[in-house]
Design a protein around this ligand. Sequence first.
Ligand SMILES: Nc1ncnc2c1ncn2[C@@H]1O[C@H](COP(=O)(O)OP(=O)(O)OP(=O)(O)O)[C@@H](O)[C@H]1O
Ligand SMILES: [Mg+2]
Length: 259
Amino acid sequence: MKENQLNVPVIRIDSISKVYRGEGFEVHALREVSFNVEKGDFVAVMGPSGSGKSTLLNILGCLDRPTSGTYFIEGEAVSKLNEKALARTRNRRIGFVFQSFNLLPRLTAFQNVELPLIYKGIGRSTRTEVVRRYLGAVGLADRMENRPNQLSGGQVQRVAIARALVNEPSIILADEPTGNLDSRSGEEVMKIFQDFNDQGKTIILVTHEDDIARHARRILKFRDGSLIADEVVNERLRADDRIQEIEENEHVQEAEMAQ
Ligand SMILES: Nc1ncnc2c1ncn2[C@@H]1O[C@H](COP(=O)(O)OP(=O)(O)OP(=O)(O)O)[C@@H](O)[C@H]1O
Ligand SMILES: [Mg+2]
């Protein structure tokens, strides 16, 4: 039976639990968590440190398996996939922007973004065109030949986003992508996510910051491994407006300094 793809949520998790067991310890990182994510949603995942956010993202990203419960990506049961099929799903359908997924330090921004396309077997001229387009989209057209240590923290994060998007994944997972950034760079990162979400991409983003979460359409709140709230964001913040506000404040400050 072929399911109607249009009606299938991008993500469906049903009563997922994750228990870490070791010598003398047992941590219930996730407790029977269930929710759906529809295509084109933008979800912020919030909760105190240790509440299970990264554990959830690792499972959603097929980097780890739950102890119990089921997980479907676009109607396909992930738990039934063997390692090879899991890796294929991960590469084809999921784009990661994780703080621990660092760029390769010896490669330029261009080469870092090009890498997933090389793995995919895309020819050189198409690669060049696609990499230029995505680095342009994240505002780095003039930094393509810089290596990561020749870029600011915000620019590095934008290269990581371009690399995550270049494969055209159906789901983008981001763990604290604005965590180490000043507010201006954070807004620029959120602008990229909002632009891609406006084009129908599904985004799930972990953040500690209320202001960042309010750029999403929906907020899932976790505590001690349990999902405790699932809220629609009223009066969403738009990164475009926030960047404009920041710029206006900068001008005011400059004018005051000049007096
Ligand atoms: N590999 C592991 N082995 C044992 N316990 C783990 C492991 N990974 C995470 N944990 C525990 O599981 C719980 C959830 O961790 P997780 O990393 O998901 O939290 P988090 O919400 O992402 O926190 P933070 O905001 O600090 O990043 C914590 O109590 C943590 O100590
Ligand atoms: Mg975490």
